[in-house]
Design a protein around this ligand. Structure first.
Ligand code: TLP
Length: 348
C-alpha cells in the first residue's frame, strides 16, 4: 500500500545528492574541532542566519535546551508562549536541565502581546525569581505553522531587551516563515540573541539542527552541548547533507506551502470538517473534526488504514504537514480518501 505520510516534515528522507555528499564527506574528530565539513556547515549557517557563529547539534530539542542552559542561571524564570514547543513538547527539559521555572503567556498565532511580556518580567523583589530568558517560536507549530513578522518579533524582543532579558528564537521552521513572507531570513533573526533552526524537517537532511548567536555565546553553548553528550566525532557525514539542505532545499519550501493550501481548500469543501485555508500560511494545517461526532484519534485511524498518516493534536483536531516527499497527486488522493471516510462516518 502506498503510504502518504503527513504526520510531520521530520519524516523527509535525504535526497540522492545528500546521500552521495555524505558518502564522500571529508571528516575529522569534531570534539577536537577537526571536522572540516562541520566547520563548513557552521560557517555557512552563521552567514545565512545572520549571526557571528553557529553550532551543529543533533536535534532541534537539543539546540533549544542548550540555548536555554547557556542563557540561564539556576532558578531563573523563562517566559514562553503557552503552546510553544519548548514548553509543550520538550519533556520538561527547562526544569530538568536548566533548573528553570517556566512562565507561560497565551499567544495569538505565536504572538504574545508586548504588554503581557512586560507584565510577566519580574522586578527585583526579594521573593521573585529573576527573569532570565524570553523564548519565541517561528513558525509556530501548534498554532498551525503560523508566521511572526519582523515587526512582531522586534516588538516582543524590544520589551525584553529594555529590561535586560535575552531572547531566544525557536526557529525550527524559520525558512518556512521567511518563504511565506518573501523576505530574507535575517530580518527575522536580527532582533534575537540566539536562534535554533532545523535541517531535518522541510529541508530534508537526515539529522541535525544549528544553534546560532554571538561567538561568545556559541563558545559557552559548545560546552553545554558536551554536557548533554552532544559532542560528536566524525559528524561531517551528517553536515554534508546539512550543507545541501541549506544551499539547495530552501527555495523549494514554497511548493510545500502551495500543497498545504491545496489540501486545506479540499478539506474545507468536505462537509463537517472545519478548516480556514487562509489561517495556515506555511506547511502545517490544523483541521477540526469537532462536528464529526468521532474523536480525532478515531477519525485519523480510519484513514491510516488507507496509508494516510497524520497526527491528532487534540481530541478534536488533526495536524497535516506537507513536505518534499508528498506530491500534488498524493494531496488529491488524501482529500478524496478523507471525503469518502467522512461520508461513511455520516452513516455510522
Ligand atoms: N516538532 C516535532 C514534534 O516534536 C512535535 C514535529 O513533528 O513537529 N521546535 C519546533 C517548533 C518543532 O516543531 C520541533 C519538532 C522542535 C523544536 C524539535 O526538533 P527535534 O524533533 O529535532 O528535536
Amino acid at each position: 500500500m502506498e503510504v502518504i505520510d503527513l504526520r510531520s516534515d521530520t519524516v523527509t528522507k535525504p535526497t540522492a545528492e545528500m546521500r552521495k555528499a555524505m558518502a564522500e564527506a571529508e571528516v575529522g574528530d569534531d570534539v577536537y574541532g577537526e571536522d572540516p565539513t562541520i566547520h563548513k556547515l557552521e560557517t555557512i549557517a552563521a552567514q545565512i542566519i545572520g549571526k557571528e557563529a553557529a553550532l551543529f547539534v543533533p536535534s532541534g530539542t537539543m539546540g533549544n535546551q542548550v540555548a536555554a542552559m547557556t542563557h540561564l542561571s539556576r532558578g531563573e524564570e523563562v517566559i514562553l508562549e503557552a503552546e510553544s514547543h519548548m514548553f509543550y513538547y520538550e519533556v520538561g527539559g527547562l526544569a530538568l536541565l536548566s533548573a528553570a521555572q517556566t512562565r507561560t503567556i497565551p499567544g495569538k498565532k505565536g504572538f504574545m502581546e508586548p504588554e503581557a511580556i512586560a507584565q510577566a518580567i519580574r522586578g527585583e523583589d526579594l521573593h521573585f525569581p529573576r527573569t532570565g530568558l524570553l523564548c519565541l517560536e517561528n513558525t509556530h507549530n501548534r498554532a498551525g505553522g503560523t508566521v511572526l513578522t519582523p515587526a512582531q518579533i522586534g516588538a516582543m524582543a524590544q520589551i525584553a531587551h529594555d529590561r535586560g532579558v535575552p531572547v531566544h528564537l525557536d526557529g525550527a521552521r524559520i525558512f518556512n516563515a521567511a518563504t511565506a513572507l518573501g523576505i530574507d531570513v535575517r530580518e527575522l533573526t536580527a532582533p534575537v540573541d540566539s536562534v535554533m533552526f532545523c535541517l531535518s524537517k522541510g529541508l530534508g537532511a537526515p539529522v541535525g539542527s544549528l544553534l546560532a548567536g554571538t561567538k561568545e555565546f556559541i563558545t559557552k553553548a559548545r560546552k553545554n552541548r558536551k554536557v548533554l553528550g552532544g559532542g560528536l566525532r566524525q559528524a561531517g557525514i551528517l553536515a554534508a547533507a546539512g550543507i545541501i539542505a541549506l544551499e539547495k532545499m530552501v527555495d523549494r519550501l514554497a511548493e510545500d506551502h502551495y500543497r498545504a493550501r491545496l489540501l486545506a481548500e479540499d478539506l474545507a469543501n468536505i462537509p463537517r470538517l472545519m478548516i480556514d485555508p487562509k489561517a495556515f500560511p506555511t506547511n502545517i494545517l490544523i483541521c477540526s473534526v469537532a462536528k464529526l461526532g468521532i474523536s480525532a484519534e478515531r477519525f485519523s485511524a480510519l484513514f491510516a488504514q488507507h496509508g494516510i498518516l497524520t497526527n491528532p493534536t487534540s481530541p478534536t483536531e488533526i495536524r497535516f504537514v506537507t513536505h518534499k516527499d508528498v506530491s500534488e497527486a498524493q494531496i488529491r488522493i488524501t482529500s478524496n480518501v478523507i471525503n469518502q471516510i467522512v461520508k461513511a462516518v455520516n452513516h455510522f
